[in-house]
Design a binder for this molecule. Structure first.
Ligand SMILES: [Fe+2]
Length: 177
């Protein structure tokens, strides 16, 4: 079928190429700037934490190796799902979800995990510090987006907070007492 005819039959909800490009670069006027910034920051921090947690999955050494190897991979899966939700909210608002490695590195606010860490206690401590940091950063973003009149983004960030807190609990439960 000719391209022009296929375009005519396409779902009206799918924007043309020109419209699509505009949607990814310009947020609607009624979307609070705080929402776009909060979602991009959260996306970058989640993706950074995916990389840090995967690093721990690969390199952990210690008597609890297998348990932690499995746990870290489960946390990566949860963070990946969370990143998807955050990114798609950003795009649904008309923004651009900046998810490349370079963009993640420039937008992340969490400290980088020391790549030389291998012991299970060091990796657990390093990850707990970063999950705790992300948890603390999400609370004001939840409130700011709600106050700005965007309860849906606030709800997405609340879901992120719940997921990050649960991961932090799992990590802390594996620390030696
Ligand atoms: Fe693996």
């Amino acid at each position: 079928m000719a391209l022009a005819k296929r375009r005519k039959l396409a779902c009206p909800l799918i924007a043309s190429k020109k419209e699509s490009t505009e949607m990814t670069t310009r947020a609607p006027a009624n979307v609070p700037t705080v929402s776009m910034t909060a979602l991009q920051t959260t996306l970058s921090d989640c993706l950074a934490l995916v990389a840090d947690t995967k690093h721990a999955h690969w390199n952990v050494k210690g008597s609890d190796f297998f348990q932690l190897h499995e746990l870290f991979d489960r946390l990566v899966d949860d963070l990946t799902d969370l990143s998807d939700t955050v990114a798609e909210r950003l795009v649904a608002l008309g923004g651009l979800a900046r998810g490349t490695i370079d963009e993640t590195a420039s937008h992340r606010t969490l400290a980088t995990l020391n790549a030389e860490l291998q012991s299970q206690s060091d990796l657990l401590a390093g990850l707990i510090e970063r999950y705790s940091d992300l948890s603390a950063k999400l609370v004001p973003l939840i409130n700011e987006t709600a106050d700005a009149g965007d309860p849906t983004t606030s709800d997405v960030l609340t879901e992120a907070s719940r997921s990050v807190d649960k991961a932090r609990w799992f990590l802390m439960s594996h620390q030696a007492t």
